[in-house]
Design a protein around this ligand. Sequence first.
Ligand SMILES: *Cc1c(COP(=O)(O)O)cnc(C)c1O
Length: 388
Amino acid sequence: MKLAQRVSQVAPSITLAIAAKAKAMKAEGIDVCSFSAGEPDFDSPAHVKAAAQKALDEGKTKYGPASGEPKLREAIARKLKTDNGLDYKAENVIVTNGGKHSLFNLILALIEPGDEVIIPAPYWLSYPEMVTLAGGVSVIVPTDVSTGYKITPEQLRKSITPKTKLFILNSPSNPTGMVYTPEEIQAIAQIIVETDILVVSDEIYEKILYDGVKQVSIGSLGPEIFERTIISNGFAKAYSMTGWRIGYLAGPIDLIKATITIQSHSVSNVCTFAQYGAIAALEGSQDCVEEMLQAFAKRREVMYERLNAIPGLSCPKPDGAFYLFPDISKTGLKSLDFSNRLLEKEQVAVIPGIAFAGDDNIRLSYATDMATIEKGMDRFEKFVKSLI
Ligand SMILES: *Cc1c(COP(=O)(O)O)cnc(C)c1O
């Protein structure tokens, strides 16, 4: 069968493949310690589940508006105001099937063949693939540990050409966990405004921050940057609702209308009763977020200490998300080889950095219980010591 050319240019998600392999090994009864998860290990909050159950019982089981349940759009607009200092109305918000779908809608509505999208590497692996599917050109800007894996304002300025349409900002970052400082966000905002491009701020990890670090939403820095900003966010990471598939996009009204049109012809609407769970997540107590954060904070300390105690490995301490991104180059292995051998020899699953354009690194997720972290790090240490 001759498939459309657009699919020949994209690859299936490596992260999902390795997680699947680890799961399959577990199912065979093999004792796998998995640090591959890109999702919190907690159950969704009880009051969120209860709200969705109530919506089901009340018959909220029909088609809804393509843009999302009006109550949820309003709740999101209020959240963006209170949490992020962003002045959006409900009509500036579209509810989507997760943060990934938000970004996909955005790219589809915005990017034409030849348009350039600037993506700092290491990056979340779906960004460039989405750009490719839309016929756009990803301009990958490599960063390294010397800048905390963050793009510098100078690098951003140099990467902008007359064809640049969009810059993708992800803070806290997946895979590095790094968070841009308010000064860095300010400097980036200034360049966006001066060069009149757009920025999408993927803020899916905004609630997962450590040691008092603050997240600044780029669009809150003034009216000129606000006009050029699109916010992508969702419920998956903050509320441990990955399987619910609810995210949202907020931005200029014309753009949001365009994404609603796309959505009306592709997915119609996000699962109606699930949206009532999302309303409860935003409007109910935020203690659940705090509890998960405290668990992540403890695990981060342990995994970070254990990693940096291994001779030859090094890793900066991330301020956000639930990942560590150590440099493994001293082992002499590239990331895919390292990850495969680690899984086979010691039954520890990690994600090879090559998935994020960082082939000298691997990504370890600490969204798992402490016992698995201790046991997995014992094995990990043994494996690395056998190499160095
Ligand atoms: C998890 C994630 C998302 C969105 O996930 P959904 O499950 O689609 O809501 C978006 N961006 C990054 C960087 C992520 O890690």
